[in-house]
Design a protein around this ligand. Sequence first.
Ligand SMILES: C[S@@+](CC[C@H](N)C(=O)[O-])C[C@H]1O[C@@H](n2cnc3c(N)ncnc32)[C@H](O)[C@@H]1O
Length: 309
Amino acid sequence: MTRQRRPKQDNRTQSLFPDQPAPGKSPAKKKQKVRYETDEDGFLREIVGSWVHDKHARLARYVKISGQSVRRKWLGPRNAGATFIDLFSGPARVRIADTTEILPGSPLVAWQESMSDGTPFREVYVSDANPELTRAAAVRLRREGATVIPHAGPAIETVDRILRSVNPYALHLAFLDPYNLESLHFDIIRKLATLARMDILIHVSVQDLNRNVRRYVIQECSPLDAFVPGWRDQVDIARSDQHVRAQIFDYWRKLLQGIAMNTAEVAELVTGSTEQPLYWLAFAARHRLALHFWEQIRHLTPEPQTSLA
Ligand SMILES: C[S@@+](CC[C@H](N)C(=O)[O-])C[C@H]1O[C@@H](n2cnc3c(N)ncnc32)[C@H](O)[C@@H]1O
């Protein structure tokens, strides 16, 4: 008889998924509210937490570090160019909650950084399930000189439309920034990864998994089926929630490796105001050089980051 081997477990992975919620308000009882308001330009802007600084800083730094040494080589009329693909773009403008601080949203952060570096993306693809937000992002990017191709709709659908129109020989950077795991359908990543030169910065909602893991593993139709297809054969749901969560993430990384996308060894855990884990910024790329860049820029502070390796 063949013995079933348990998926290898790593204690450092588990540390991302505490059994106890962080001090302060219980995240399980807190309902996430998405709020928008009208900006002076007449379009919507999103009201966000201050952790948006970390998310956008890492995005900007990756755009910068990959600009001079790699993207530059794809520019010019004889070359295929470079694209930025934002499948959960939001409106491209945010205000930090309880402040008057107004900032660009992710597609504008990437575009502005590429411009200031002298290595502009040839096209910026913006896409959001909410057509009003997609339109707002497109208008704001065009105003700043970007060539924008908007596609409103759920990412699992717009990814197909975008893949049909991008230049397959170009250099691509995709940003996936959904609120929850269910929207991060693995097929989105699988499809993006069919392009030879594709780097993907992925926001994985640790908060969603921490709050809902037990509910997700007992549901017949679980959001995990989209996020990490095949998980039922890989995850031992009799183990503690902490183990189950860690197994899910380990298996997700294996799925990425299965489509020849390597992930960085170290995860960037972004935490909220009471230090509760919010999300993990993962980076996946086929080329080692891209992972090397990520390794160089992922530290925003000198403090050690949480390892998922
Ligand atoms: C975290 S916000 C994006 C913020 C933006 N990336 C930024 O950093 O400025 C997530 C966005 O995903 C959109 N969204 C939710 N479900 C989606 C789906 N299935 N496909 C595409 N967009 C979706 C929401 O409307 C929201 O604008």
